[in-house]
Design a protein around this ligand. Structure first.
Ligand SMILES: *Cc1c(COP(=O)(O)O)cnc(C)c1O
Length: 429
């Protein structure tokens, strides 16, 4: 494959956009080389600026769960746009999508729409702090909750009590209120709680992690967090920006039958337009302005185009719940095919999967948290990524990202991907 025009477009972008991209992972820093510029996409395929056709395994990092340019969504947006694109006044469609989301997701009474997953998580934590009157939060190393200050904290070495910012610009004052634990390690969470009695407002996590590859919760982990939260009046926040409306209609809460206190959404809920949301039972949501004291707002929140897109997407999923089975079967098929292809080579690997999220780690040890995810061989991953790209398969350009399947993928596409993996695996060391 030739990437001449992409390369030229990247050079132009570099002059006027920092790093040439509007979100860092797009820049290929983790895998080397230059990013592919997309021209258009349809169904499971991306068509890039050089006219190459690629099978897409990132689905815009999740939202395009039914494939690109999905007609019900596109048509809904076009029809809405003709009637005006923003009013700064309430519209009926906001209630429609809110009612549908509340019906699809267990254990929530009210939902508020924002413009991104970042905003949803930031607002959810503010609400948790306001509701409990406490300042500190617990997050897990390797879980991503968007780029607001409280979340840009990761573990230093050993058992850190206070977080250390991992981006300049995040103050120590903010970092000290973010306590860090390791995913799947319940004892460490219990210890943090006992060391910070009555100070912790919430525990926030990706209940199935997707930002360090795909890492499912260990048996009993989510149940244990629920019990700890109940025992200490801490709110449990499930960040379902990735898993919501993907792993089941009702997300991880439904799939694992565990209740969170606040749930955040993004990605699928917008059908490809900028949408985030956070939701909880009425008692908690009523703490938000204008009903309650916790302030949260947005000029473009509930934007009609975004709501039309999200509503068409949620309606499609709600009316065709078999999509979730179909996606799961396709991903399981891919999983076993990748296994066969990789077993034929000498390369060591671990595949993690849950539902339609899957990741290949070039690692000997099981990948269960950020530490074990970081043990993967990044050189092998880079070679695998670029080898697959040459074969016309677009994987996430980082070993720390999950692949997201979309239901437009055919079994032929999956077979092609499995064959491509076999070819590329032979070249890996
Ligand atoms: C993508 C993501 C976010 C951030 O959402 P944005 O829309 O990129 O701001 C937050 N949490 C999780 C789990 C995500 O995957």
């Amino acid at each position: 494959m030739i990437y001449k025009r992409s390369s030229a477009l990247f050079k132009d972008a570099l002059k006027v956009i920092p790093g040439g991209v509007n979100s860092p992972v797009r820049a290929f820093n983790a895998v080397g080389g230059e990013p592919v510029f997309v021209e258009k996409a349809k169904g499971a395929y991306l068509y890039d600026a050089d006219g190459n056709k690629l099978i897409d395994y990132i689905a815009s990092w999740g939202p395009m769960i039914l494939g690109h340019a999905y007609e019900p969504v596109v048509n809904a947006v076009i029809e809405k746009a003709k009637k005006g694109t923003s009013f700064g006044m309430p519209t009926e469609i906001e209630t429609e999508i809110a009612a549908l989301a509340v019906a699809m997701v267990p254990n929530i009474d009210k939902i508020r729409f924002v413009n991104s997953g970042t905003e949803a998580c930031m607002s959810a934590v503010r609400l948790a702090r306001g509701f409990t009157g406490r300042d500190k939060i617990i997050k897990f190393a390797g879980c991503y909750h968007g780029h607001s200050d409280s979340f840009l904290i990761q573990a230093g070495s050993g058992a850190v009590t206070f977080g250390v910012p991992n981006s300049p610009g995040v103050t120590q004052g903010t970092a000290k209120d973010t306590l860090l634990a390791h995913f799947n390690d319940l004892d460490a969470v219990a210890k943090l709680i006992s060391e910070n009695k009555e100070e912790i407002a919430c525990i926030i996590l990706e209940p199935v992690a997707g930002n360090m590859g795909c890492i499912p919760p260990a048996e009993g982990f989510l149940e244990g967090l629920r019990e700890l939260c109940d025992a200490h009046n801490i709110l449990l926040i499930f960040d379902e920006v990735m898993t919501g409306f993907r792993l089941a209609k009702g997300g991880v809460q439904e799939r694992f039958n565990i209740e969170a206190d606040i749930v955040t959404f993004g990605k699928v809920i917008g059908g490809g337009l900028p949408v985030g949301a956070f939701a909880a039972r009425a008692e908690i949501m009523n703490y938000l302005a204008p009903l309650g004291p916790v302030y949260q707002a947005g000029t473009l929140s509930g934007n009609p185009l975004a709501m039309a897109s999200g509503l068409a997407m949620l309606n499609s999923l709600n009316n065709n719940p078999d999509i979730f089975n179909s996606l799961e079967e396709k991903t399981a098929y891919l999983h076993s095919g990748l296994d066969r292809s990789l077993q034929e080579s000498n390369v060591v690997y671990t595949i993690n999967r849950l539902g339609s999220m899957i990741s290949v780690h070039f690692s000997e040890t099981p990948v269960t948290d950020f530490k074990s995810a970081a043990l993967g061989n990044n050189t092998t991953f880079k070679d695998f990524f670029h080898g697959m790209l040459q074969q016309g398969v677009y994987l996430p350009p980082s070993a720390f990202e999950s692949w997201f399947l979309n239901d437009a993928l055919t079994y032929e596409d999956l077979d092609y991907t499995i064959e491509a993996t076999k070819k590329v695996a032979k070249t890996l060391t």
